[in-house]
Design a protein around this ligand. Structure first.
Ligand SMILES: NC(=O)c1ccc[n+]([C@@H]2O[C@H](COP(=O)([O-])OP(=O)(O)OC[C@H]3O[C@@H](n4cnc5c(N)ncnc54)[C@H](OP(=O)(O)O)[C@@H]3O)[C@@H](O)[C@H]2O)c1
Length: 290
């Protein structure tokens, strides 16, 4: 099967390159394609004629999106539209990556969101990604929209300059105490596990919206506690509230996604985030020793 991957040197894209090895894979970075440019998208898609196009490319800097609204919508909404139109023209299926940040307006939420809940974002990033989802749903007949959350992968997020795990490890090496937000709850997700789940999904014709995250939930504080535990550092971590750590973009207090569609299809074999984190840390250690 011919697969075209967009965003190949990103955090998820890098792990997808490994997971998709068995396919006839064309992996494109931002040097090869600009999804904002409809002509470049059409030209490349028509040239390669893949059966599947996976779009991981996005403007992922959540706070910067608040200041650069046009760019956020150009990349996350119109970029997704451009890929969807091209996919439809060449009769390819499309995988569009999306986010738990399409939710968040329900401040009292304490129950995981399924794919059948109505999104209601509270940030420009969330709004622009939701607009991208809408374009894909309307313009491409064979689509998998994959929502995930709090990714950690070997490459680290290109757009964010790393991932949360690496940020905490770096800060723990520099400071004796860290203050981390304890009132935003979600499911951390290992990019390798997500890449493998996407690989399984594209072998099916189960088109639609999918939530794919590792199992279990935590706050950023609990996530950082587990990271520090695995490093063996003695860094103290103090839980703080979102009010004590103001950021430009509002974040959901609760954005846990349930892998409901995968479960209904008997395909939900995502493991607990703590097991995935342990695996990440072990692999990271091996890489550092080399
Ligand atoms: N990271 C998370 O925690 C998280 C959580 C939920 C959902 N997601 C979604 O998961 C997907 C992958 O995230 P990630 O962490 O892998 O992000 P990433 O590391 O920033 O990768 C995105 C890639 O897209 C490229 N890109 C940006 N604008 C582009 C454009 N106009 N044309 C072509 N390529 C472009 C980036 O290149 P440059 O950096 O060089 O521009 C980068 O290589 C995204 O759709 C994101 O919205 C991520």
């Amino acid at each position: 099967m011919k697969v075209l991957l967009i965003g190949a040197n990103g955090q998820l894209g890098s792990d997808l390159c490994i997971a998709l090895k068995k396919y006839d894979l064309t992996a494109l970075t931002d040097k090869d394609i600009d999804i904002k440019d409809i002509d470049s998208v059409f030209q490349i898609c028509h040239k390669h004629k893949p059966e599947i196009i996976i779009n991981t490319a996005a403007y992922v800097r959540v706070d910067d999106c608040e200041d650069n609204v046009d760019l956020a919508f150009k990349v996350n909404a119109l970029g997704a539209r451009n890929v969807a139109v091209a996919a439809q023209q060449i009769e390819a299926a499309m995988v569009q990556l999306s986010t738990d940040y399409v939710f968040g307006a329900d401040k009292n939420r304490t129950r995981p969101y399924t794919e059948f809940d109505s999104p209601a974002p509270i940030s420009i990033y969330g709004e622009s990604k939701l607009a991208g989802e809408a374009y894909v749903q309307h313009l491409c007949s064979k689509y998998f929209i994959v929502r995930t959350s709090a990714l950690f992968g070997r490459a680290g997020s290109m757009g964010k300059g790393g991932n949360f795990v690496e940020t905490i490890i770096k800060l723990a090496q520099e400071k004796d105490e860290l203050r981390v937000v304890n009132d935003q709850v979600f499911s951390p997700t290992y990019a390798v596990d997500l890449a493998n789940a996407i690989m399984d999904l594209i072998d099916t014709r189960f088109y639609g919206v999918f939530h794919i995250t590792n199992k279990g939930i935590c706050s950023w504080y609990e996530f950082s506690q587990e990271i520090i535990k695995l490093t063996g550092f003695g860094t103290r971590i103090t839980p703080i509230s979102t009010m004590e750590y103001p950021q430009k973009a509002e974040r959901p207090r609760y954005s846990v996604l349930e892998n409901y569609q995968l479960r209904l299809l008997g395909m939900d074999d995502m493991r607990e985030w703590k097991l995935a984190l342990k695996d990440y840390m072990e692999k990271r250690h091996i890489t550092a020793e080399r």
